[in-house]
Write a protein that binds this ligand. Structure first.
Ligand code: F6P
Length: 527
């Protein structure tokens, strides 16, 4: 790609947007009876309708040329091949290798990584089965009855989402809880309610230095030692890419599960970080989750661009954020078990693509990553949909529904599906109300609609990998590095110092507002 080629392709997309600025999607449907068929994709059991978008063939063509001009095929190959595309941190982003069953060697830093990946997968599977079956026992000889994951961000959302989404597949014999943030309340409640004799803590942290997880670990350890003494050690397992730090905190080698540094935190469900999910689901089901993701990897890598689901979704994200100026997009699962999907995608998309400079450090000349938000679609109807229908801003929506029967509560899902379809239809068509501006819904608001069969591990794996590759695609078009996250470090550094000052350390310079709030809180803490 040359800069002039990229600029020309970008300009061509801008021209397409100007041409469509006043278009009505209903006219696009009228002009093309095949639109639904041509804009609907079936990939890895996901049925996805992309027809309700402010896009025609010529605009799509311009976006596909932009992807070409941004060298997307070359970047995609570099991703899968393990090239150090996370340039600011000098490493690859090889989450795809974690679900790749092809034994062909994949060389990173002169070494085939496949044997180490296979060994990690075996260790996760063996450990999960040993904990599930009661073969791995608590210090007193009893099987564990409760597993508590201490971890935050990518060391929390993925396993928590997988266990919620796949609840019917999760063993009822073990209770699995997550403690993520450092608010004392959730940990206090958990410790008050757990039997130390039969509780296992997984300490999930890629860096093994995250303050929240370390603080929760220290409290959990103190609690367990107060009940079990030195035997408490047998109730903790560290899952980390920094085993030296775990050893320094007293973890023995047989209580440490490692994974490679090239696994990004928000891409780490597929690594040993998935252990809580593997324990709940069992090794075979966890392998199915990886296989579903691998099916999406194969599709993303080889499907033609115009039929490539994650690629098209990434193009739409760029189209709306950078060319239409839509500042947010909303994710609306009509399924309680996908309640955590919007938050999971929020971290994935916003921590990856929430950057203001390109990969060479130059300021981006256009808006990039939109705010990603959302929640259970049915509850959202009675909470924030008013804004979607009549607010001044257009917010592209993405509906997700599972289409299957529920014999025990017949009618519920039919109603759920009807409500989901109705909302997408209403956003598209709107409602004229010539005599009442308050009742008028402008319509012409774009949406995608995913229909999933029953939620299985494979379907969930494909869905999450689709979001990963879509995020990668938009990152490449914005020419940013989606795999670092320096922005989150500053607050962590400041919090460390502020904590000491709350504790009485000499005050350093702060802005007047922070200084006043620090004083106010310090006085309260001393009472
Ligand atoms: O919030 C920033 C972040 O670094 C995320 O990228 C990561 O998933 C999370 O913190 C947790 O980090 P760790 O697994 O190292 O504890």
């Amino acid at each position: 790609m040359t800069q002039p080629e990229f600029t020309a392709a970008w300009q061509a997309v801008a021209t397409a947007q100007s041409r469509l600025a006043d278009c009505r999607m209903t006219d696009l449907f009228a002009a093309d009876p095949q639109r639904v068929t041509r804009y609907t994709l079936d990939v890895a059991e996901l049925h996805v309708d992309l027809s309700k978008h402010l896009l025609d063939d010529a605009a799509l063509e311009a976006l596909l040329r932009l992807a070409q001009a941004a060298d997307l095929p070359r970047w995609r190959e570099a991703l899968f091949a393990g090239a150090p595309i996370n340039a600011s941190e000098g490493r690859p982003a090889l989450h795809t290798a974690l679900r790749d069953v092809d034994p062909t060697p994949l060389t990173v830093d002169g070494q085939d990584i496949k044997p180490a990946v296979a060994a990690m997968q075996r260790q996760v599977a063996d450990l999960a089965e040993a904990i599930r079956s009661g073969q791995r026992r608590a210090s007193g000889g009893q099987p564990f009855e409760r597993v508590v994951n201490l971890g935050i961000g990518g060391s929390f959302w993925g396993p928590a989402l997988a266990l919620e989404a796949l609840q019917p597949h999760v063993t009822p014999d073990l209770r699995i809880d997550f403690i993520s943030n450092v608010d004392p309340q959730p940990l206090r409640a958990l410790l008050a309610d757990c039997d130390p004799q039969r509780t296992l803590f997984l300490v999930s942290s890629k860096s093994f230095g995250t303050a929240e997880t370390q603080r929760n670990l220290a409290a959990a350890r103190a609690f367990m030692e107060s009940h079990l003494g030195a035997a408490a050690d047998q109730h903790f397992i560290a899952i980390t890419a920094s085993p030296d730090k775990a050893r320094a905190l007293g973890f023995r080698d047989d209580a440490i599960v490692t994974f490679p540094q090239w696994v990004g935190g928000r891409y780490s469900l597929w690594s040993a970080i998935g252990l809580p999910a593997a324990i709940g689901l069992g090794a075979d089901r966890f392998a199915e989750l990886l296989a579903g993701a691998a099916a999406m990897d194969a599709h993303f890598r080889s499907a033609p661009p115009q039929a490539n689901l994650p690629l098209l979704l990434g193009l739409l994200d760029v189209w709306y954020a950078s060319f239409w100026g839509f500042g947010s997009r909303v994710l609306l699962p009509y399924d309680q078990s996908l309640r955590l999907l919007p938050t999971y995608v929020q971290q994935l998309a916003m921590e990856s693509d929430g950057k203001g400079v390109d990969r060479d450090g130059r300021p981006l000349p256009h808006p990039s990553c939109p705010v990603v938000w959302g929640g259970n679609g049915n509850d959202g109807e009675h909470t924030f949909y008013q804004l979607l229908h009549q607010g001044p801003a257009t917010i592209p929506a993405e509906f997700v529904i599972c289409a299957h029967d529920d014999a025990d509560l017949p009618g519920h899902r039919r109603r759920l599906i009807a409500q989901c379809l109705a909302q997408a239809e209403a956003l598209l068509g709107g409602a004229p109300a010539p005599d009442n501006p308050h009742a008028r819904c402008p319509g012409n608001r774009p949406s995608s609609l995913f229909v999933l069969p029953r939620l299985t591990p494979a379907v969930l794996g494909a869905l999450l990998a689709c979001h990963e590759h879509r995020t990668f695609t938009s990152g490449v078009l914005w020419r940013i590095n989606p795999f670092d996250q320096f922005g989150v470090e500053l607050g962590k550094r400041l919090a460390g110092r502020l904590e000491q000052e709350l504790d009485g350390a000499e005050r350093t310079r702060h802005d007047p507002s922070t200084a006043a709030l620090l004083e106010f809180c310090r006085a309260r803490l001393q009472h």
